[in-house]
Design a protein around this ligand. Structure first.
Ligand code: NAP
Length: 219
């Protein structure tokens, strides 16, 4: 039995972060359904490595199969994320904005929205929780420790639904990290790219100060 009580995690995106989260998921007893842009046949190696608890599918199939679904794609692709099969589901958003890769998005450049608010607007009938965006992929399988460990690394999460945040906090804990509630999706710019809380190792006690030190461009 998993800590969340869920059995299947769907993945839209199976690259650095998707692959690493899937490794954690299968290690903790979840089934995973992986997808990417090029088709299930291109995921044979990853699925083979992940073992019998993993299968490859299309994004729509992965979205439909997941009890909870991780969206982990380059931000420029977020509007390709299937909407209908994610209806009613908790969606974990790991995405970050890299204008060098994603192109300029004025609403982000000017501090008028957040990455996760954009995904939530694309998925109006889903519940988006931002998590795992501020940890290097490699650290996901190496930096986690059991609950209660001294100096345990913590990760912030954000969302507009308390129940969904509790679910994702449980998953974070199961995967080896303390979770710190960083507020709503509108607040989540505080741990976006280049903020003090971005991709640095922090304990739960250290995160509030880092979030408070964030500054934002104003358009
Ligand atoms: N790398 C990190 O350490 C890190 C840390 C935190 C957050 N992030 C953020 O998390 C997201 C994923 O990062 P990553 O490093 O895992 O990227 P990545 O290695 O480039 O993987 C991206 C994945 O998304 C898939 N994808 C692209 N377009 C898609 C579409 N239209 N439909 C379905 N799948 C699609 C890709 O599939 P194909 O290969 O078939 O195109 C690939 O499997 C990014 O927003 C990134 O900024 C990354």
């Amino acid at each position: 039995m998993t800590s969340t009580g869920l059995s299947t995690i769907g993945f839209i995106g199976s690259g650095n972060i998707g692959g690493q989260l899937a490794r954690l998921a299968v290690a903790h007893g979840y089934s995973v359904v992986m997808s990417n842009s090029r088709g299930p046949e291109t995921l044979a190696d990853l699925v083979g490595e992940l073992g019998p608890g993993a299968r490859a599918a299309t994004p729509a199939e992965a979205a439909a199969a997941g009890d909870v679904v991780v969206v982990t794609v380059p931000l420029k692709a977020y509007e390709a994320v299937p909407v209908a099969p994610l209806s009613g589901k908790v969606v974990i958003d790991t995405n970050n904005y890299y204008f060098e890769r994603d192109g300029r998005i004025p609403a982000l450049d000017e501090g008028r929205t957040t990455v996760s608010t954009m995904l939530q607007e694309h998925l109006p009938s889903s519940t988006v929780v931002k998590a795992f965006n501020n940890v290097m992929a490699a650290d996901l399988t190496t930096a986690g420790t059991p609950a209660g460990s001294a100096g345990r690394r913590a990760l912030p999460l954000a969302g507009d639904d308390v129940e969904a945040k509790t679910l994702v906090a449980t998953l974070l804990d199961e995967f080896g990290f303390d979770a710190v509630d960083a507020g709503s999706l509108e607040d989540s710019w505080r741990f976006e790219r280049d903020q003090p809380a971005y991709v640095v190792s922090m304990t739960a006690d250290e995160i509030p100060g880092k979030l408070a030190a964030a500054t934002r461009a104003r358009g």
